[in-house]
Design a protein around this ligand. Sequence first.
Ligand SMILES: [Zn+2]
Length: 66
Amino acid sequence: MAVPKKRMSRSRTAKRRANWDVITVPAHGKCNNCQAAVRPHRVCAACGFYRGKQILAVAAPAASAE
Ligand SMILES: [Zn+2]
C-alpha cells in the first residue's frame, strides 16, 4: 500500500484546500452568428448554429444560410 513518506504540513494542506470552494466562470466564447455566449464545442442554444451552419431548428433563428 502506498504510504506518504513525509507528513504534509498544515500550511501545505491549507493551501491545497484553499482552492476547494473557488468558483470559476465556465469557459465560453461568442456565437459567430448571434454573439450569444456559448460553451466551446457546443451548438448555440440561441440560434442553433455551430461552425457557421444551422444545426438545430430554433423557434426564432437570427439568420439562415445553407
Ligand atoms: Zn447563436
